[in-house]
Design a protein around this ligand. Structure first.
Ligand code: ATP
Ligand code: MG
Length: 598
């Protein structure tokens, strides 16, 4: 069993307040309508309860039916006692059907609204996690994110919104029924209410803490479970080689069993109030019957009143039962719902790393230079500075090579230039305009990047080259051209069939070199002004690399190139080479000054 303790501080706001604050005006209006529907539904429900005594009376003594009703029945030809009895029963049936219909409508509407809110929230959370600054993205944990977006968002509906609306309905219903019953039979009603309150109080006190605890455990174990699955997928080659299948299977089953254990406990705890309430219902009826008959002079005369009590208890107790059961579900789901809401409210934690608004590029291209002015950077306030006082001007059309030991900060430097990261101190200017929130989005669109390890989706070669472009919008000519320049011979030679080849998850079904060349083709497809290659050709044999580098250098002087390489031969065609060491530029030189040994 996995033992864990809660480490998350309690926030001041409850889930309900947070949900309300996050709702758009439209949804709030829908909820308002829902409340109105609820009131109508409850009134019709109360009417059926109120009708019980007149009905029983009318059935026993048809002459006691009020004159207006009798007049009404006579309109439809009801004159005899039997006809009046029948009409009375019919009226009652109609009332019940109408009340049921309205409740059905409320049920339907509350489900619709709950799921709509669930989908609003999921959408917002997904969009927010997409637009979060890159530095924040590197801090996110994908198991938490996946579980949050897929499992917890759905739970938000099932153990948050639906029980909340159901409980609201049950509460209004219970109160109305109590009020109605009180008008008819105050003493019996008070007795019933006290009984229900005592029972509910005991159940709430007893279940509060265990429900909260199981809920916390489920919320904590869910992402763990996802993580174990992901590790088993991502590390499958090593797992097979090392023969560690048993170990990973065991790890997964340990988490999984703990999760199911707490889920079972939560399910049991939140369903248990029902049994208590049902038993209490039966005991009440028996008790009240005994009490009524004992205290009445004429046992027959109390039958109508007893029916009222039975119907009242039949209504109050299920409403109370519904209330407490939904309370239990909500309580149990609190932690999960809280996690889901955290995602909807997610924000950049570090100042200056705000979300950059999505905007259309105004089409202006970078014309002269990119200047780094005394740029300092660290990943967070606790981390050391990775770059210290970098001053560098990159002219349009230049080919710049960047070298330096591993961990020197090369990838960090280009992430800053590309606008993925923001300098901690200092400034980056493009054509003398400092990069900031207003222009970052447009600037990034002018940059193409071939990273050290390229991400491929399990789709065709063509779709991977035109990444983020819908299938029907892919420019076929451009794909072929980019693929040719990137020397993806095999796929080009096979024509359409080649481009339709599926690369497998993360490109597992193609070679490392093919993956890199797809990455290069992807950058070329973007037809950006600034192309950044980070160890982009490290997996290629030297002939292929030389061929690709030649085409890249032939790209035309309207493109600016930045390339990081460990192999110095890769940088032969560059205008300048910059060497980084401990976060500073230690040397700038020409390729012909290259020391062949490095
Ligand atoms: N997201 C991050 N959060 C915190 N530190 C990071 C992060 N990414 C990188 N670092 C640290 O920043 C330093 C520079 O990393 P960077 O990736 O820029 O090096 P590099 O020069 O590209 O190395 P390599 O040649 O191995 O790719 C390293 O010490 C690394 O541990
Ligand atoms: Mg790197």
């Amino acid at each position: 069993m996995i033992k864990e303790t809660s480490s998350r501080p309690e926030t001041g706001k409850g889930n309900i307040q947070r949900i309300w604050a996050l709702l758009p005006a439209g949804r709030r209006n829908q909820l308002g309508l829902l409340v109105m529907l609820l009131i109508v539904s409850v009134l019709s429900e109360a009417a059926t309860v109120t009708m019980v005594v007149p009905l029983i009376n009318a059935l026993a003594k048809p002459e006691s039916v009020p004159t207006f009703l009798r007049g009404f029945f006579e309109l439809f030809g009801g004159h005899t006692t039997d006809q009046i009895r029948l009409s009375m029963a019919l009226l009652f049936v109609i009332l019940i059907l109408v009340a049921a219909g309205i409740r059905l409508l409320y049920l339907w509407a509350s489900m619709r609204v709950s799921f709509a809110i669930g989908s609003d929230f999921t959408e917002t959370a997904f969009q927010k996690t997409l637009t979060l600054p890159y530095a924040e993205q590197t801090r996110l944990n994908s198991s938490h994110l996946l579980t949050g977006l897929m499992v917890k968002m759905q739970q938000l509906v099932f153990v948050g919104l639906i029980p909340l609306l159901t409980a609201a309905g049950a509460l209004v219903l219970a109160m109305t029924i109590v009020a109605t019953l009180f008008l008819i039979a105050p003493d019996v009603t008070i007795l019933l209410v006290l009984l229900v309150l005592a029972l509910v109080g005991v159940l709430v006190l007893g279940l509060r803490t265990p429900l909260k605890h199981t809920g916390e455990m489920v919320a904590r174990l869910q992402p763990k479970f996802t993580e174990r699955m992901q590790v088993a997928r991502g590390g499958i080659r090593e797992i097979i080689l090392d023969g560690t299948q048993q170990f990973f299977a065991h790890e997964l089953s340990r988490t999984q069993r703990a999760l199911r254990h707490y889920q079972a406990r939560g399910a049991f705890l939140s369903s248990s109030p029902r049994l208590f309430m049902e038993a209490a219902f039966m005991l009440t009826i028996v008790g009240l019957a005994l009490w009524t008959f004992k205290s009445a002079d004429d046992p027959i005369s109390v039958i109508p009143q007893l029916s009222l009590v039975a119907v009242g208890a039949m209504k109050i107790l299920p409403a109370a039962q519904l209330l407490i059961q939904n309370w239990a579900t909500i309580r149990n789901g609190r932690a999960v719902v809280r996690d889901a809401l955290d995602l909807v409210e997610i924000q950049a934690k570090v100042r200056g790393e705000d979300i950059v608004p999505l905007a259309k590029s105004d089409g202006t291209k970078f014309a002269r230079d990119i200047r780094l002015k005394d740029v300092w950077f660290r990943y967070s306030a606790e981390d050391p500075y990775i770059l210290r006082g970098i001053n560098l001007t990159i002219y349009k059309g230049e080919r710049i090579g960047i070298i330096g030991q591993t961990g020197a900060g090369k990838s960090t430097l280009i992430d800053l230039i590309m606008g993925l990261l923001t300098p901690t101190r200092g400034e980056i200017e493009v054509d003398e305009t400092p990069l900031d929130r207003s222009n970052l989005f447009a600037w990034r669109k002018q940059v193409a990047h071939v990273p050290q390890s390229i991400y491929l989706t399990d789709a065709s070669v063509a779709e991977n080259i035109a990444f983020g472009v819908s299938k029907s919008d892919i420019d076929r000519e451009c794909v072929i051209d980019s693929a040719q320049k990137a020397s993806i011979g095999r796929f080009v030679n096979d024509g359409d069939a080649g481009f339709a080849t599926l690369v497998g998850e993360r490109g597992m079904r193609i070679s490392g070199g093919q993956r890199q060349r797809i990455g290069i083709a992807r950058a070329l497809y973007k037809s950006a002004d600034l192309i950044v290659l980070d160890e982009a050709t490290s997996a290629l044999d030297s002939d292929t690399e030389a061929r690709i580098m030649r085409t890249i250098h032939e790209l035309g002087r309207d493109k600016t190139l930045l390339m990081i390489a460990h192999r110095l031969t890769t940088l032969r065609g560059c205008d300048r080479i910059i060497e980084l060491g401990s976060g500073e530029i230690v040397r700038v030189f020409q390729p012909d000054e290259l020391d062949p040994i490095g």
